[in-house]
Design a protein around this ligand. Sequence first.
Ligand SMILES: Cc1ncc(COP(=O)(O)O)c(C=O)c1O
Length: 404
Amino acid sequence: MKRRRFLGSAGITPLAAGAVSARPDFAAVREDFPRARTSTYFDNASCHPLSVHSAQALHRYVDWETNEVGEPWWPYWAKARDESKILFAKLINAKPSEIAFARSTIETESNLLNGMNIQASGGNVVTTDLHFSAALYNYKMRQQSGLDVRIVKNRDWRTDIRDIERAVDRKTKLISIALVSNVNGYLQDVKAISALAHAHGAYVYADIIQCAGAIPIDVKAMGIDFAACSTYKWLMGVKGYGFFYVREDLQGTIARPTQHSGGVRFNYSPWTTEPEPGREEVSFTPVTGPGRYEVSYPSYEGAIAAQESLKYIHHLGVENIRAHSRSLTARLDKELPALGYPSITPPGTESPIRAYVTKDPARALERLSKARVHVAMRFGNKMRIAPSVYNNHEDIDRLLAALA
Ligand SMILES: Cc1ncc(COP(=O)(O)O)c(C=O)c1O
């Protein structure tokens, strides 16, 4: 790859954390995403492109791995892990002491379920059919081995809180939702869900991969007890790195770690020449805080990309990001149904993801591909369009022209 492909006109100096743009220049933002030059890309809900900032940080890392690995022995890059966790905590209004690094959203939800051990307590889990399919698969597998799982069906592509109310009872231990659905962008009424859960002594897990970085999230105000996401969608990072939020007072108790990683100390020869009397031969100190959920090293590639992209997101401001995508989705909402593509995203949905029923998906994809417009066609005929910070109204014009 030629170096110039990574240079954006908005400047390539790594961003300092902290400053928020009052009104970001989204034309300059577009220049930070070379993907915007190669085609009209609207599939950010599958995989968001990297900005030049994250790409350059990764190049620096690859240079180090190639030419200087081992110097220093303890990688300087560990800082990226710590800073990315602090920046993510700020993004969702959590404390840094509530954030562990994670490898995948689905893996993290599965680990949480193992640690909660709901089945042994005779409890049940309530989830919805707008949760991600791989998460539902996880629940179906657990159901096979005896876990009481209740999957609430959507009504007209939204979850009715009364249906959740009917599914929840005194034995419910967890309500698990995708805060924003990958299917149609539906944003769950999480405050009502957490009020319901907490009134029954249950907890709320939110899969936030389709919204962290795209819409404001406040885990405290929303009553979310656990949340997880990877960084390769709206956090503009890469696969293999993400975050696990665990409310501080639930760490180690309600959410017990099920994988362990730490160190031990030997107190005998030949490990030590002066064994300490009274000390165990092999001793260890359990890890406390969110580190108890972390196993070994993180993906430094992931941490580095996330460190840059989280700085970038904070710099733009999530409210500004949301306002930008709202102006684009508003046009889709208005114009696509008029062109014969009825929406399955409830009106007024506050997320950047939209889905439209397509009569002839193959033909639509062919036309879009000719126009070099990239969308996702899912569940047969549901066209998902998910604009992000670097998309603009000309992109929408191209999409509409191809589909008209
Ligand atoms: C709502 C939702 N949850 C989870 C995932 C998968 O996440 P991960 O790859 O981090 O396990 C996706 C991927 O599309 C998703 O849309």
